[in-house]
Design a binder for this molecule. Structure first.
Ligand code: COD
Ligand code: ZN
Length: 393
């Protein structure tokens, strides 16, 4: 009966689970030995999960700009490392004291965990659980200070508590959300990062009201998810801003009412947006990760009650200088990590909403590739040819 209900999950469960529990698994992983090098497909050993940890068989993983930021050095991480943080899979085995997950469960790993005990988790206002490994000095290790990956006798680091460019990974129980076992894992993996980050920035962080005017700077996978969030919120104007006009057709398809290219104007883009809207937009979103566009987005929103949200990961070691009058007059400048969602609670609901067709993910997925073509997937990202590539394992 259960097999009929959730064929996808049970197939993997039957095949892999019983045979591997408590044992080291040898499997394929994409190891990044050092910055600015291609990923190297290696056989790695994945240790069994310790107490409060789970081992996941990854089924699909998206390629996100943040992964590439580690390759280029823009996001500093310890090497060697197994990257990847936007994935979906099936629990292969669980360590002692794990209560919320069991073998066979379909899950999405969470790069922002939800321990349920820290101040952010306990506050209704927060979501950046203290157990995250996103700080400016990330450890690349599990909570006990060790790693579960080895390759050629060397310890390999974890990435933001997830590491999904591997057939098997180990994460903390608080860093995996159980989802509907009928969900297509090669689509809902995007809920692990890009989609939720953009959509939540609108609905959860900014809490855009119906009838609002919005500007979205940057139309990659995350920016397009912001556009979708603005549409879902009932925004009356959604002005999409990008220097690549090839992004405009999809932005319009997903809800943008106007698209503008800063290169087409002599005056600064915040002046253009202020003129277009009278006194600036109600909400602006920076989804590029550049300090110039962060201040431009701030200046584009209403001088008294405008809200500007930084979604793009700021470049390492760069500082912003700006006229404090922009804030003094009343604007609010906010940041949003993982769309402000409390991850373990929100991800199953987002998957359920996807299953109810409340939003789409297909337009964001331009390429689906076998895992072994990971380097090709990154080339597609770097040349601007893809929005999201999903690697299937
Ligand atoms: N003006 C307007 N548009 C610009 C400019 C500019 N000066 N410069 C670049 N752009 C456009 C590009 O043409 C492109 O269309 C878009 O901006 C950026 O898109 P992508 O595809 O590079 O990026 P995305 O959509 O994948 O988003 C990536 C973010 C930049 C948002 C990145 O910071 C991110 O992935 N953030 C979310 C994930 C996260 O929080 N990670 C942290 C934990 S790992
Ligand atoms: Zn990401």
């Amino acid at each position: 009966m259960i097999f009929l209900l959730c064929k996808r999950v049970c197939f993997y469960s039957l095949l892999f689970l019983a045979a591997t529990t408590c044992k080291v698994i040898k499997c394929k992983a994409a190891v990044l030995w050092e910055a600015n090098k291609p990923f190297s497909l290696e056989e790695v050993e994945v240790a069994p999960p310790k107490a409060h940890e789970v081992r996941i068989k990854i089924v699909a993983t998206g390629i996100c700009r943040s992964d590439d930021h580690v390759v280029t050095g823009a996001l500093a991480m310890p090497f060697p490392i197994i990257l990847g943080h936007e994935a979906a899979g099936v629990i292969e085995s669980v360590g002692e004291k794990v209560t919320s997950l069991k073998p066979g469960d379909a899950v999405i790993p969470l790069f922002v965990p939800q321990c349920g005990e820290c101040r952010s988790c306990l506050s209704t206002k927060g979501n950046l659980c203290i157990k995250n490994d996103l700080s400016s000095s990330p450890t690349g290790l599990m909570a006990d200070g060790t790693t579960r990956f080895t390759c050629k006798g060397k310890a390999i680091h974890h990435f933001v508590g997830t590491s999904t460019f591997t057939e098997y990974t180990v994460v903390h129980e608080t860093a995996a959300a159980k989802i509907d076992s009928a969900a297509p894992l090669e689509k809902v993996c995007l809920i692990g990062c890009g989609f939720s980050t953009g959509y939540g920035a609108v609905l959860q962080t900014a809490k855009v009201e119906a009838g609002s005017t919005c500007a979205v700077f940057g139309l990659g996978g995350v920016g397009l998810s912001v556009v979708m969030g603005c549409k879902a919120a009932g925004a009356s104007r959604i002005i999409a801003v990008d220097i690549n006009k090839d992004k405009f057709a999809k932005a319009k398809e997903l809800g943008a009412t106007e698209c503008i290219n800063p290169k087409d104007f002599k005056k600064p883009i915040h002046e253009v947006l202020t003129e277009m809207t009278g006194q600036g937009v109600d909400y602006s979103f920076e989804v590029i990760g550049r300090i110039e566009t962060m201040t431009a987005a701030l200046a584009s929103c209403h001088n008294n009650y405008g809200v500007s949200v930084i979604v793009g990961v700021p470049p390492a070691a760069q500082k912003i200088s700006f006229d404090p009058m922009l804030i003094f007059s009343g604007r609010t400048w906010k940041g949003s990590v993982f769309g402000g969602w409390k991850s373990k609670d929100a991800v199953p609901k987002l998957v359920a909403d996807y299953m109810k067709k409340k939003f789409v993910l297909d337009p964001l997925i331009t390429h689906t590739l076998p895992f072994t073509k990971i380097n090709e997937g990154f080339d597609l990202l770097r040349t601007g040819k893809s929005i999201r590539s999903v690697l299937v394992l």
